[in-house]
Design a protein around this ligand. Structure first.
Ligand code: SF4
Length: 439
C-alpha cells in the first residue's frame, strides 16, 4: 500500500479541500500518513494570502525531500494557480496543479512516477468553473463544509479571484446531503465555508439560490448541534439572515464580518461595496437581536493612500463599535491587483505601528466581551487538546474556555458557568455538568 501525506497552508477552505482529496486517495487504496512516516507521495496545498508563500512552499518541499528523497511531491492550491512556473522551479517539485486540476490529482498524475521534468498542469483561471464539494473531517469536533468558491468582486488588494476564479456554489440539495453525512459521523459543529459565502447560489454562471435559503434548510438537519458561518461580507449580511440566526435552533450567535477600513475614502479606494454607515447598521442590528453575539472583524492597515488621520478614523470607529475581536492584516502588495499602482504607499514601519495599535485594541475588545459573559451559563464544545494539564473549547458565542483535562469531555457539549478570566486570556469555568446528548 503506497503512503501519502498532506500539508495545508492557509484557510479553512484549503483544509476542507485537502481533507476531501485525502479521502479520494483512501478510496483508491492509498494509506494516509503523517510527514514523519516516510510517505511515498507528498501533497502540499498552498495559499496565496500567506506572506512569503514561495519560501514556505520551498521549505516544506525541502522537508519532504529530507524525509524521503525518492518521494513524489505535488503542489496544489492558490499559490500553485498564481505562480505555477515559479513553483515548478523549486528543486524537488514533481508536479504543479492549478485550480481546475487539483481535484483530478489522482487521475492526472497517474501512478505518481517521478518525471524527468516537473509537470505543470495549471489552466488559466477562467477554466476553473466547476464546483468541487469538500468538507474536512480531521477530528470529530468540528468540520469545515465548503458551500461556495471563487469571487466576482474586485477588491483592489485581493488576489483570491485570480487564484480561485468566479463565484460558484454547490446546490442546497447537495449540501444537505453532505450535512447528513457529517451528522452521521458524530461531528458536533459545522462551519459553513466559502470565499464570498454571502454570494452563495450561483451555478453555471446563473443565480439559482440565495444564502438565506441554505441557512434555513441546513438548520433543519438533525444530528448537527451547532452551525457557524465562517465569514460574510457586510453588504450581503441581510436582516433576513440576522433575524433567522437570532431564532435558529442551530446557528450560533457569532459572526465574522470583514470591515477592512473604517474610513469611507479608503473603503472606496479598496473597491469595497459598502460604507462604514452600513457596517455600523449591521452591527447594531445584530446586537439588538442578540446582545451576547460575538462579532469578529477583519481589518487591513497601511493600504495605499491611508493617511495617519484615515487610520485614526478606523481606530476610533472600531473603538466605539460593539465588536468582540479583530483580525488585523498588514497590507502587502500583491501582483496583478489594482492597489500597488495606487498613490500613497505607506512605509512598512508605519504599517507595522498601525497593526500593533489595532492588535492592542483587539485584545481590549476581547477582554471586554469575555467580561460581559462572566457569571453566565454557556454550552462549551470541548476539543481534543491538552496544554499544561488543561483542555479547551468554545462556547456558542466563541468565548474560549479552559478546563482541567478530562478525556471524557472531548467532543462533548457541556453546560458550564463562566467564572473568571485566566492570565493567558482564556476563561475559567465552574466544574462542567453533564448535559444530555442531542443525538
Ligand atoms: S470580497 Fe473582496 S476580499 Fe473577499 S475574496 Fe472577493 S475580492 Fe477578495
Amino acid at each position: 500500500m503506497r503512503k501519502v501525506a498532506f500539508y495545508t497552508l492557509g484557510c479553512k477552505l484549503n483544509f476542507s479541500e485537502t481533507s476531501t482529496i485525502s479521502r479520494q486517495f483512501a478510496e483508491k487504496g492509498y494509506q494516509k500518513v503523517e510527514f514523519s512516516e516516510t510517505p511515498d507521495i507528498f501533497i502540499i496545498n498552498t495559499c496565496s494570502v500567506t506572506d512569503n508563500a514561495d519560501k514556505k512552499c520551498a521549505k516544506i518541499v525541502r522537508e519532504a525531500q529530507a524525509i524521503n528523497p525518492d518521494g513524489y511531491v505535488a503542489i496544489i492550491g492558490c499559490y500553485a494557480q498564481l505562480k505555477p512556473k515559479e513553483i515548478s522551479e523549486i528543486p524537488g517539485v514533481d508536479a504543479v496543479l492549478g485550480a481546475a486540476e487539483k481535484f483530478r490529482l489522482i487521475e492526472l498524475l497517474d501512478g505518481f512516477v517521478k518525471p524527468e521534468t516537473t509537470q505543470v498542469l495549471a489552466s488559466e483561471i477562467k477554466e476553473a468553473t466547476a464546483f468541487n464539494n469538500a468538507y474536512s473531517i480531521n477530528d470529530r469536533t468540528r468540520t469545515f463544509l465548503k458551500v461556495q468558491d471563487g469571487c466576482n468582486y474586485h477588491c483592489a488588494f485581493c488576489t483570491i479571484p485570480l487564484a480561485r476564479g468566479k463565484s460558484r456554489s454547490d446546490s442546497v440539495e447537495n449540501i444537505l446531503s453532505s450535512a447528513r453525512e457529517i451528522a452521521a459521523s458524530e461531528v458536533k459543529e459545522v462551519v459553513l465555508t466559502g470565499v464570498n459565502i454571502g454570494d452563495f447560489g450561483i451555478q453555471d454562471g446563473k443565480r439559482t439560490e440565495r444564502f438565506v435559503d441554505l441557512v434555513k434548510a441546513i438548520d433543519e438537519v438533525d444530528g448537527i448541534d451547532r452551525i457557524r458561518i465562517s465569514s460574510i461580507e457586510p453588504n450581503l449580511l441581510t436582516n433576513e439572515i440576522i433575524e433567522f440566526t437570532s431564532t435558529s435552533k442551530r446557528f450560533v450567535p457569532h459572526f465574522h464580518i470583514p470591515l477592512q477600513s473604517g474610513n469611507n475614502k479608503t473603503l472606496r479606494r479598496m473597491r469595497r461595496r459598502y460604507l462604514r454607515e452600513l457596517y455600523e447598521d449591521r452591527i447594531n442590528k445584530i446586537k439588538q437581536l442578540m446582545p451576547n453575539c460575538c462579532i469578529g472583524v477583519d481589518v487591513i492597515v497601511g493600504f495605499p493612500g491611508e493617511t495617519h488621520e484615515d487610520f485614526l478614523d478606523t481606530y476610533n470607529f472600531l473603538n466605539e463599535l460593539n465588536i468582540s475581536y479583530l483580525h488585523v492584516f498588514t497590507y502587502s502588495e500583491r501582483a496583478n491587483t489594482a492597489a500597488p499602482e495606487m498613490e500613497g504607499r505607506v512605509p512598512l514601519k508605519e504599517r507595522k505601528e498601525r497593526s500593533k495599535m489595532l492588535r492592542i485594541l483587539s485584545e481590549k475588545k476581547k477582554q471586554q466581551f469575555y467580561r460581559e459573559n462572566l457569571d453566565s451559563t454557556a454550552t462549551v464544545l470541548f476539543e481534543n487538546d491538552i496544554e499544561n494539564g488543561m483542555m479547551h473549547g468554545f462556547t456558542e458565542n466563541y468565548v474560549r474556555v479552559a478546563a482541567k483535562y478530562d478525556p471524557m469531555l472531548i467532543n462533548e457539549l457541556k453546560t458550564v458557568t463562566l467564572k473568571s478570566i485566566n492570565e493567558n486570556g482564556t476563561v475559567a469555568v465552574e466544574e462542567p455538568e453533564m448535559v444530555f446528548e442531542t443525538h
